[in-house]
Design a protein around this ligand. Sequence first.
Ligand code: NAD
Ligand code: MN
Length: 788
Amino acid sequence: MSVANILQTMDYGPAPEAAGPAETWLKQHHHQFGLFIDGVWHEAKAHFDSNNPATGKKLASIADGTAADVDAAVKAARAALPGWAKIGGHGRARYLYALARLVQKHSRLFAVLETMDNGKPIRETRDIDIPLVARHFYHHAGWAQLIDAEFADHEPLGVVGQVIPWNFPLLMLAWKIAPALAAGNTVVLKPAEDTSLTALLFAEICTEAGLPRGVVNIVTGAGETGRALVEHPDVDKIAFTGSTEVGRIIRTATAGTGKKLTLELGGKSPFIVFEDADLDAAVEGAVDAIWFNQGQVCCAGSRLLVQESVAEKLYAKLRARMENLRVGDPLDKATDVGAIVSPKQRTQIADLVKKGVAEGATLFQPKAGCPDGCFYPPTLLSNVEPASMLAQVEIFGPVLVSMTFRTPAEAVQLANNTRYGLAASVWSENINVALDIAPKIKAGVVWVNCTNQFDASAGFGGYRESGFGREGGREGMYEYLKRKHTAKTEKPAKPEIVRAGRAEAAAPALTAIDRTAKLFIGGKQARPDSGYSRAINTPSGALIAEVGEGNRKDIRNAVEAAAKAEGWASMTGHARAQILYYCAENLSARADEFARRIRQMTGVSAASANREVEASIRRLFTYAAWADKFDGAVHDPPLRGVVLAMHEPQGVIGIACPDEAPLLGFISLMAPAIAMGNRVVMIPSEKHPLAATDFYQVLETSDVPDGVVNIVTGPRDELALVLAKHDNVDAVWAFAGDAKPIEAASAADLKRTWTSGPVPWFDNHEGEGRHFLRHATQVKNIWIPYGA
Ligand code: NAD
Ligand code: MN
């Protein structure tokens, strides 16, 4: 080829990155690795191969960790915990800083090794994966340094088990290990079976950094090894990234164990292009959204939603751009799209595309095709029906499916028509359109005129079946911490039960017009579907009144009413505060009546009952105060732009209330939830529900919009389980009963659960505050680069 020829085509020649250093490193290890437990390499009984998907060649034998190996690693992590705690935040900061430095020092080796093991282009490992890893350790060295100042109320969880996928092997390791160590935990990490090598190199740099032994343990293996870690009884938390299917298995396996859990799962993220978008920029965005890392990205913009008026124009530009994507040798610096991680994954992608074409989608692939072997060409499927398999299933490959919309409202509807909610990308030159759409999309991350941006300072994580919890930022730190229990008033001063008969004596003073309390649904008192009621007695067994016996149909109605009341979420914090203050005022006006009710039901002294009503009024004030103050944050990641971390409500929360302090417990859970814009279905104390049913009158006279608070009395644990199984309930808080069935049931749609034993409700540190608000909200990060 002549120079003139080259200039004409402007084609690149091959520019391979040298594999030498990585090959030398593998050779030094005789292409075989053990398990990194307690700072020492242990021989394994069995091994499996890790291959280079681009060449099909074996790179190394990887140890297949057994349950006994996992146990040894957990024991090592447990033993290392006190020492790791003792060196304090600053001591841990120095180690995290050293790890960041060493990642940078060995960045070339890490990048080449990652590319060889995973198949992703060297351009990405060199410029994206490894720099983000170093950044994550630096950022978290900072959190370690600030831990006492910024998380004074918190302490580490203990031993953390972490299971990661193969798509960003070292980056996912960093996202897991850095915050865990910064918070003072020790870890056992299991890499994905296809890509263990950079984790093993990382184990070596832990040694190089002089990290105390046992603080980081790396146990390689496949799903069974992961299962052993998840099921290990001495692990305090599981952090998982991977498929939604395995996420469900893990949610089920950890149900009722008290293990803290975070799940980062799959996605089918929308990439929304409005007619006023800069289409050329949007095309480059699409390249980064779906052809970055061969589309094997949980937050890949895999669903292109384009406004009908510009669809053909955009497709034409996209097809032209696809023709120029270079698919091939991942070690070539000019390669855009590398190898698929494994033949199994490649087959899965090819099968789904075939099925989609059979369903009627229009297929486009560049003429150049792709090399033989474990490669798959960039693919565009248009004419895709919103309800079709292609539009709903996560393909996890370089396959973009597209649909059109007419109006912004339709775009939002299509965007949210998925069980996932990890990310979204919005393209419009109109700031009003972009910032109107961003809050309406149910996703943990929204990128405005950009895509696939990540930074340690901005939390990342999903809504809905994309999992729960956040990685990165302040909210990511909370996932590795627990609150110190420092209640000054430990339990409510032991309720002083008065002599039998006194409680009854309080009864006649109550308005005894209607002795059967109904349910409260959609702002109206409703008869229970069952037609039955149950007797509520004084401690000595005298009848006070009856309450409706709620069943699953009543719960369904209540959830429907709550779902309809979504206007509550878009009211201002100030407006919600006004209503909470009004509730407090109206409760205050009836304080005596409520105190008598509490005495009657529980038999506590008049002083205790008065104290409970007073505390309930104060609590309403607390959350009225918070309603317009639980602000988000503006992050300052290394890009020209800002990231808005917004606190959004969870949606509909089902709440099972405790028996202790039947009014205060009820208020302490309802108020933070509604203050943040959630709607609630409350199941009052089964034993003492009358304080809650009396509260209808407060709700009715305080301008609380219909459906914001719904109350269903009856068999509490049974009703809570119905809520945990209900598709339209976004979160369940169970402050009574057995956590296990609730958490197990939540696995079906991965709803958020918050289960807790008795809380000292009278204590203002334990019984109210930011931790309730954090559970009532989820963080959405909206990335807004400054355009030019
Ligand atoms: P996977 O969920 O099976 O594997 C992820 C990790 O979990 C691996 O380390 C694996 O060994 C481990 N694992 C598997 N079964 C386990 C169990 N029962 N208990 C504990 N750990 C277990 O994902 P995969 O097989 O690598 O990929 C399958 C699909 O998952 C992909 O096609 C893609 O759709 C999705 N995926 C998503 C992500 C993401 O980042 N969200 C990453 C990888 C894969
Ligand atoms: Mn591999």
